[in-house]
Design a protein around this ligand. Structure first.
Ligand SMILES: *Cc1c(COP(=O)(O)O)cnc(C)c1O
Length: 348
């Protein structure tokens, strides 16, 4: 048994996956009487490609990795859930994750009855390398890292991440939902070198397609095959495949550049308010901002119709709001609302 197989749940290792009609015959021309579909063309009367071949080829060209190293899910959330289902025996295996980080790792773990051991980030939200290693035992199958991290906004040093990937005996899930906004870039090419690395990306942020639900996982081809075996056969519907394919033809570099410029502008404006204690450096499309009274400022912004995320009850984030960078005009309105808050024009 190789190293990856040894990490897989025994029932998944033995799984005989469902074979769809589209697996057995893969041509596109002919009279299809194999899948009990309706013959009347509604636009959606045929089952979609369960392997999303065309979309994966397109993403392969964009991302510079072979299609066999790409998994597509109903958002990154599907990939997160699948990783638990493929590798963790409920009630036996565990996962280690940094804290604070994206809430779905712990929720997916709870749903799958897998213990998560959270390790607080170090000073200035640094990667707690030694504490992460100390939290692992013989039953630790997964290590969740997120870079740039949500909600702290910082990206970790790629060399430090790579050293962890090299040393960790289990699967490292590196969530790069915000990598398009970071000068530190992506480690996705490293999946060809490290069979225990799964890199998650998404079309929900930089690509502006959150409503479509399309998440990407990059990994060793054996890991991709395991995830594909466990997913619902037709997990990406026909419309999502077509609409994503069309959207991927339109470059988003201009939007990304504008968000990064606006992030710099808002980050430079915020410290001039007396109630702002700290603006944390961000490699993402949001800013984590520590203020004197997060609940009061949250309520003030809300009364002005501006919705931000109150993270004051999250570990290491006392007093913090997470503010997404919007259109320049929306950021103007945010700053105007902060002006009125500073002047004491508080809504009652
Ligand atoms: C927004 C976000 C995602 C994206 O999730 P989708 O299900 O693909 O929309 C993934 N990870 C993190 C850390 C995020 O903040």
């Amino acid at each position: 048994m190789n190293r990856i197989e040894a990490l897989v749940r025994p029932n998944i290792r033995a799984l005989c996956p469902y074979s769809t009609a589209r697996d057995e015959y893969q041509g596109s021309l002919g009279i299809f009487l194999d899948a009990n579909e309706s013959p009347y063309p509604t636009g959606w009367n045929r089952y979609p490609d369960p392997h999303q071949k065309a979309l994966k080829e397109q993403l392969s060209a964009i991302k510079g990795l072979p299609a066999e190293n790409i998994f597509l899910g109903n958002g990154s959330d599907e990939a997160i859930d699948l990783v638990f289902r493929v590798f963790c025996t409920p009630g036996v295996d565990n996962a280690v994750a940094i804290s604070p980080s994206y809430g779905m790792y712990a929720v997916a773990a709870d749903i799958n009855d897998v213990q998560v051991r959270t390790v607080p980030l170090g000073p200035d939200f640094s990667l707690p390398v030694e504490a992460l290693k100390a939290a692992c035992d013989a039953y630790t199958k997964l290590l969740f890292l997120c870079s740039p991290n949500n909600p702290t906004g910082n990206a970790f040093d790629p060399a430090e991440l790579e050293a962890l990937i090299r040393d960790f005996p289990g699967i490292v899930v590196l969530d790069e939902a915000y990598a398009d906004f970071s000068a530190k870039g992506s480690l996705r090419a490293k999946v060809l070198q490290y069979p225990n690395l799964i890199v998650l990306q998404t079309l929900s942020k930089a690509w502006g397609l959150a409503g479509l639900r399309l998440g990407l996982a990059f990994a060793d081809a054996r890991v991709i095959r395991l995830m594909s075996m466990v997913k619902y056969p037709y997990n990406i519907n026909q419309s999502t495949q077509e609409l994503a394919s069309r959207a991927l033809q339109e470059p988003v570099d201009g939007h990304i550049a504008e968000i990064i410029a606006q992030r710099g502008r808002v980050a430079a404006e915020l410290p001039r308010y007396g109630f702002v204690r700290r603006v944390f450096p961000s490699d993402a499309n949001f800013l984590l901002v520590q203020v004197d009274d997060a609940d009061a400022l949250y309520a003030h912004l809300l009364a002005d119709g501006i919705i931000v995320r109150n993270r004051t009850r999250v570990p290491l984030c006392a007093g913090c709001l997470r503010i997404t960078i919007g259109l320049p005009s929306e950021n103007d309105q945010l700053l105007q609302s902060l002006d009125s808050y500073e002047k004491g024009d508080i809504h009652r």
